[in-house]
Design a protein. Structure first.
Length: 268
């Protein structure tokens, strides 16, 4: 049995495209509907009730597009909105927190794990709780990094400004002696070169995207939601709440490929 309906995923902007890339790589037979909420980026400084409202509006839109499964391609909404909206929608969904945490625990050699994320994600304590739930003996260090998402959205990855910002935020984590760092925002893998230069090869970087897509694939298999290879043609559709041209420009810059059609949808 094959299910050709698309997978839905959303983020505050271009960061979730790092999750899309993993779908294309690990589930190439699946169609997708991507929503970038770039009218409200960044999510980090926003209040929980605002974020839950955004998530509900986006989920309603994705469900109207006929998605069979939803991936929260945003750590902030994974930590704050997912536990709430999961009770209000019947479509199965997954976030980035649990898969990322499991991967970090697997690769950590000394049990000293750092989490760098938006202000809202760090304040939620979601990563810290999930890590401690797996292993109470872990030493966990959180660091909010409010300047990083705006830098990525502005196409400033690979600049002196981004290197300086990463250096500033990572310094307390280096002093704490972390051996593993969770990139707790889907925008941050676009700054991987900066993180690697600042931290050096001895600190492992964990991008939760790959682990999340592998977990999603396993769940979709159990639920009979996978599209069999050679089935219906694959189609990827992109929607944004803000400027489509800004999204296309950022996507072209980071992915090195053109997204030919991006539609604006006013949710509010």
């Amino acid at each position: 049995m094959s299910d050709p309906r698309p997978i839905g995923l959303f983020d505050s902007g271009v960061g979730g495209l790092t999750v899309s890339r993993q779908i294309f790589r690990l589930m190439p037979g699946e169609s997708t509907v991507y929503f970038g909420d770039n009218a409200h980026v960044p999510y980090g400084p926003r209040k929980p009730e605002e974020l839950i409202g955004f998530a509900e509006d986006i989920l309603t839109f994705l469900v109207s597009c006929g998605v069979k499964y939803v991936i929260f391609a945003c750590n902030t909404n994974s930590s704050i909105s997912l536990p709430v909206v999961r009770k209000r929608y019947t479509v199965p969904m997954i976030g980035l927190i649990e898969p990322g945490v499991r991967q970090a625990v697997r690769v950590s050699t000394g049990g000293r794990i750092g989490v760098i994320a938006t202000e809202a994600t760090i304040k939620s304590g979601a990563y810290q709780r999930a890590l401690k739930a797996l292993n109470p003996e872990l030493a966990v260090f959180g660091q909010a990094a409010p300047r990083l998402v705006p830098l990525v959205e502005a196409g400033q990855a690979g600049t002196w400004e981004s290197f300086e910002a990463v250096s500033e935020y990572v310094q307390p984590l280096k002093q704490a002696g972390i051996d593993t760092l969770i990139l707790g925002c889907t925008h941050y893998p676009f700054l991987e070169a900066e993180f690697r230069e600042v931290l050096g090869p001895e600190v492992k970087l964990v991008d939760p995207a790959e682990a999340t897509i592998m977990a999603a694939r396993e769940e979709m298999y159990r639920l009979g939601l996978l599209n069999n290879p050679g089935g219906d043609p694959v189609q990827h559709r992109y929607f944004v709440s803000g400027d489509p041209r800004a999204f296309q420009k950022a996507a072209r810059y980071f992915l090195g490929e053109e997204i030919p059609s991006v539609q604006q949808v006013k949710l509010d």
